[in-house]
Design a protein around this ligand. Structure first.
Ligand SMILES: Nc1ncnc2c1ncn2[C@@H]1O[C@H](COP(=O)(O)OP(=O)(O)OP(=O)(O)O)[C@@H](O)[C@H]1O
Ligand SMILES: [Mg+2]
Ligand SMILES: [Zn+2]
Length: 285
């Protein structure tokens, strides 16, 4: 015979299990309303994932697609600042949590859940997975054409949860030309390959700087050959994005460079990559 104590524990466990099952059902429901889901990842930090995610989202919004961006970087959520919506308060409705909107993009970030902008988040594995699943199950994106998901660096809980829980169309990987960066990025590529989610391709960011004085290209972050690495790993090479002095400024002021300065070298390249993704991922289905 089970004691009262045991019975209570049992029913609490059952209840928790049912809640988790319901969450999985909700995730499937919410995600089924989003036509295309694309994750931006890298095994490495600071290579430009968030910059690329925000600008790809802006490029798709500009093309007229109903676009959203989800920032699952729990320790360094930068998307709100990059889109000028930092510190916005969330609205909870019977239909779920409403995303914030800017530049025609629906935005959801763990940053909106943080009360103080400077407080570090010290959540560990299961808690992080829980927050991401809550995003997936409770955010009321409505019907979207494209959702871009910005991931934190590394091969930890966040990208793993995204790879396992979201029926992704594919992953865009980001590296720089530096050999030590590429070493970590290869781990990121392997994580995606193991998950069987398709890789759309890899971008080499911060790839050379055109000196404004003599117009020579300076390889500030090295000249490792991403194209060759991609070929070896059988991954499509999406192209190079140059180092561009305006990019950090546009990030800090909350207007993506594809909107702020669409004629800049980097904006043109990002738009070309968006065209490629449109052709190979969005129009294919
Ligand atoms: N092509 C570029 N030219 C100049 N600056 C860039 C370029 N790409 C990104 N940056 C700048 O580099 C910094 C890092 O970029 P970003 O935050 O997008 O990287 P990340 O990979 O998302 O970093 P994290 O791993 O911390 O999430 C930012 O200040 C951004 O403005
Ligand atoms: Mg980032
Ligand atoms: Zn020069």
């Amino acid at each position: 015979m089970a004691t009262e104590e045991e019975e209570r524990k049992y029913s609490a466990e059952e209840e928790h299990k049912i809640k988790l099952m319901q969450q999985e059902v909700d995730i499937v429901k919410r995600m089924s309303k989003i036509k295309h889901k694309i994750a931006v990842m890298s095994g490495k930090g600071g290579v430009g994932k968030s910059t690329i995610a925000v600008n790809l989202a802006a490029a798709f919004a500009k093309k007229g697609y109903k676009t959203g961006i989800m920032d699952v970087d729990i320790h360094g959520p930068n998307v709100p600042m990059m889109l000028g919506v930092e510190g916005k308060h969330l609205i909870f409705t019977a239909n779920g949590i409403q995303p914030v909107e800017s530049e025609g993009i629906k935005i959801m970030s763990v940053g909106f859940f943080l009360t103080s902008l400077d407080s570090p988040v010290v959540w560990r594995g299961p808690r992080k997975t829980g927050v991401i699943k809550q995003f997936l199950s409770e955010v009321n994106w409505g019907d979207l054409d494209v959702l871009i998901i910005d991931n934190p660096p590394g091969t930890g809980d966040e990208p793993l949860t995204i790879l396992q829980s979201v029926p992704l169309d594919g992953v865009v990987l980001v590296t720089t030309p530096q050999a030590v960066v590429q070493e970590d990025v290869r781990k990121g590529i392997n994580l995606v390959l193991d998950s069987k989610v398709p890789i759309i391709g890899i971008i080499e960011n911060m790839s050379g700087f055109i000196c404004p004085h003599c117009h020579e290209e300076v390889p500030i972050f090295g000249s490792g050959n991403t194209e060759e690495m991609a070929k070896k790993m059988d991954v499509h090479f999406l192209g190079k994005l140059p180092l561009n002095v305006e990019t950090p400024v546009t990030s800090d002021t909350g207007i993506p460079i594809v909107i702020k300065d669409p004629e800049s070298d980097i904006a043109i390249k990002i738009s070309e990559i968006a065209d490629y993704i449109e052709k190979t991922v969005i129009k294919k289905k």
